[in-house]
Design a protein around this ligand. Structure first.
Ligand SMILES: O=c1ccn([C@@H]2O[C@H](COP(=O)(O)O)[C@@H](O)[C@H]2O)c(=O)[nH]1
Length: 233
């Protein structure tokens, strides 16, 4: 599957997500299951998506003590998901524990770490006591994530090029905060269009509301695909 697109299924339940899922093609995108859908529909949602042939990113952003996070990552990987994530700000020991549990059980789920949420700008980050600018902090956490054995990071596309330069091109740059020209910014701060994001060095583009809340979600997805293919991306 070579498409960089990951559609965020931020739906209230599996039943609410299926009408869209059943129009999508596993050859054209992967799917992301986040907190709301997982809390309401649980592993059943993962099973339903896997049965339809989709690779699934389970986006629960674990952030806890190392033992707890490692156990949660193990449980997620046991469901056969393609990708799972933790917060890099949980620190080296926490990320290392998550890496080790996957290695010990020979589980090949991609393990990535969230750097700085794409909804946050410099001011919001400063309020949490972090003195660095958002882009600098994202790069700092990407370095820590790389040293701690992560396969990549979640960052904004604005940082993707610098992350690749610092951590290597094999290190995944999964970027939400993707906003096609036709879409609203919503609660996202550090944004780029799909084409800009790929050109800036993203390996995967996470897109939610611009598709899922569009009047015609499939038309929105096709428009994004055309933007990427017209530019040879
Ligand atoms: O820094 C982050 C980390 C995760 N997300 C998630 O990605 C999608 C984005 O959805 P949109 O509707 O396209 O804004 C959503 O599920 C977030 O939980 C993120 O946005 N930023």
């Amino acid at each position: 599957m070579s498409s960089p697109l990951i559609i965020a299924l931020d739906h209230a339940s599996l039943e609410a997500a299926l009408p869209l899922v059943d129009q999508l093609d596993p050859q054209r995108c992967r799917l992301k299951v986040g907190k709301e859908l997982f809390v309401r529909s649980g592993p059943q949602a993962l099973e339903a998506l896997h049965r339809r042939g989709f690779e699934v990113f389970l986006d629960l952003k674990f952030h806890d003590i190392p033992n707890t996070v490692a156990a949660a990552v193990h449980a997620a990987a046991d469901h056969g998901v393609w990708m799972v994530n933790v917060h890099a700000s949980g620190g080296r020991a926490m990320m290392r524990a998550a890496r080790d549990v996957l290695d010990r059980h020979a589980l090949n789920t991609h393990l990535i770490a969230v750097t700085v949420l794409t909804s946050m700008d410099d001011e919001a980050l400063a309020e949490t006591g972090v003195a660095r600018l958002a882009g600098e902090q994202a790069l700092h956490l990407a370095g820590l994530a790389r040293e701690s054995g992560m396969d990549g990071v979640v960052c904004s596309a604005l940082e993707a090029g610098d992350v690749a330069a610092q951590c290597g091109h094999e290190f995944l740059r999964v970027t939400p905060g993707i906003r096609p020209a036709f879409a609203q910014r919503d609660d996202q701060s550090r944004v780029m269009t799909p084409l800009e994001a790929l050109q800036a060095g993203s390996t995967h583009l996470v897109i939610g509301r611009p598709v899922t809340r569009a009047e015609d979600p499939m038309a929105a997805l096709v428009e994004i695909e055309q933007e990427l293919s017209n530019a040879g991306a």
